[in-house]
Design a protein around this ligand. Sequence first.
Ligand code: GUN
Ligand code: ZN
Length: 435
Amino acid sequence: MRETHLLLGQTLRFTGAPFAQGIDAARHERNGAVLVADGRIAEVGTAEDLRARFPLAEITNYGDALITAGFVDAHAHYPQTAMIASWGKRLIDWLNSYTFPEEMRFADPDYAAAIAARYFDLLLSNGTTTVCSFCTIHPESVDAFFAEARARGLRALAGKTCMDRNAPDALTDSAQSAYDDSKALLKKWHGVDRLRYVITPRFSPTSTPEQLEAMGVLWSEHPDCLMQTHLSEQRDEIEWVRALFPEARDYLDTYERHGLLGPGALFGHAIHLQERERAVLRETGSSLIHCPTSNTFIGSGLFDMDGLTIEGHRIGLATDTGGGSSFSMLRTMAAAYEIAQLRHRALHPAELYWLATAGSARALRMDDRIGNLSPGLEADLVVLDLASTPAIAQRAARADDIWEALFPTIMMGDDRATRAVWVNGRPVRTGAPSR
Ligand code: GUN
Ligand code: ZN
């Protein structure tokens, strides 16, 4: 029998990108409704219309809460869950002092499974329904991630993080073993249920040219996979890349010359870019993933959202947990707002929300499946309480429109704002009781 649910509340969806088409690309319905059938969004409209047309659907009335697509976190490191918010270091020191020791623990499959379970619980409690994560060099860490995602019915993406130099011995593979392990994991997980394998060289400083070449070959053999890595996060890192790859024109060229560029390439951070890099990234349809809480926390710099969107780049938004200091895409939107303000551009709530949902889905080349309230898309939804704390409630009470009502939750909200989450057409969590 067809399982049909009718969700009532305020709704927010996008008919295009607000960066390109303006704020009218965001559509808000005060008395909205979403019909969910067989795991998909079947209809989006007004409560009045859909109630009349689908009288047999099981109704869940969320009242004043806001129903939208679930959040899409386009770049994270689930193995860094337990060491998030580690004090006092910049990128390279932070990797050596905190990150690598923690990632070594993932040789133990039980530890990997425990952290993966904890991570997905944290994601769902924050309304994130899709993540694209790095794992560690251990195949067990990939198995743990995908097993936990699969058990929750999630659409999730990840890959084994490959490193064959400039990391502790216990965390290095080789060009050949990275290729072999990645290929085996890809065959095991890519396309299983809602899971996707992502080819994952960590970044140029921890891969030899031979390993980057092997990753490029693997990608050319599996062009339907995404490829994720890091690019131009900190100035020291860029100097290091210049020393390690004297023949390269710039940082991006260290990937480009090994076939690691093109549609489906995801570059985390992309802050300190040269003109040539910007042009090539745009021409090749590569995705830039903005990680604002990480960029302030590790002291990396201010992403050029305004300039890059004007140039027409494909941009996603991400926590970069645990370089990022939060699991919450609300907190991540707030940080993106603050960084853009420091560059004299006030991002509109519609732009922020688009980045955290449809924009990230587009960056992951999955906007035909997730990231919006559109008929035919998979029913991954978050329902937000726009008055989740006294501070937010008193500000939202003064709001004249949806943007003024939503912005306090973007700036001050956390997991208390998550009223409910639906994954693949099923409710997975009911948050705080309605007041
Ligand atoms: N660059 C290479 N690895 C990492 C990582 O784990 N986190 C961040 N923020 N940057 C990186
Ligand atoms: Zn990262």
